[in-house]
Design a protein around this ligand. Structure first.
Ligand SMILES: CC(C)(COP(=O)(O)OP(=O)(O)OC[C@H]1O[C@@H](n2cnc3c(N)ncnc32)[C@H](O)[C@@H]1OP(=O)(O)O)[C@@H](O)C(=O)NCCC(=O)NCCS
Length: 160
């Protein structure tokens, strides 16, 4: 299967398929309604999906712009059958390009300390571990905050 024919902005009608990927990807998936909320919070704009050649949703990434130049990546996942085919890389890089074109040059996210595949993906895209958050996902389930810090918002004016 050609897993990533295109990456495009998500539509509300994609969210059931997105939720299907969420359910197969996480032990404790977000509830379906949370994707409606994320869609609203992201303005629809910061919610991308990958689509296969036969029109199936194969992955998603959603983020929320914060103040300054920072965008928080709220969730991403790729369907099991399409993993290790660079779909995650394409989604992440497409998302960062979209954000950068709108002035967001820094990115932050949380990832389970045991989620080595996701950490590897982020590290290979220049994210770095910043902070350990104990019990972030529940008792004994810790998170690593990872970030890619881009250009700082400006600052000093030249004095004359
Ligand atoms: C994490 C995830 C999105 C990666 O998507 P993907 O499409 O498989 O990733 P890619 O094919 O683009 O992989 C890019 C790089 O990430 C790393 N990587 C991805 N999966 C990996 C794995 N299972 N083991 C080790 N490294 C892995 C590798 O460095 C890989 O490059 P390589 O294939 O050239 O070695 C996917 O595994 C997934 O959906 N996991 C479940 C949900 C999840 O954990 N989401 C992130 C929450 S923070």
């Amino acid at each position: 299967m050609q897993c990533c024919k295109t990456v495009r902005a998500a539509e509300p009608s994609d969210l059931d398929e997105v939720f299907g990927i969420e359910v197969e990807s996480f032990d404790e998936p977000y509830p379906r309604w949370y994707f409606d909320l994320l869609y609203g919070l992201s303005g629809g704009e910061y919610f991308l999906v990958s689509e296969s050649a036969d029109g199936r949703i194969t992955g998603y990434i959603v983020g929320i712009p914060l103040s300054g130049n920072v965008c928080h990546i709220a969730s991403m996942a790729v369907s099991r059958e399409c993993r290790r085919k660079k779909v995650g890389t394409v989604l992440l890089q497409s998302f960062m390009e979209l954000c950068s074109s709108n002035g967001y040059s820094s990115f932050v996210l949380e990832v389970n300390t045991y989620n080595y595949p996701a950490q590897s993906l982020y590290i290979s895209n220049m994210f770095r571990p910043m902070m350990f958050v104990p019990n972030y996902y529940g008792q004994g389930k810790h998170a690593l905050v990872m970030a890619l810090v881009g250009e700082q918002p400006c600052c000093l004016q030249p004095s004359d």
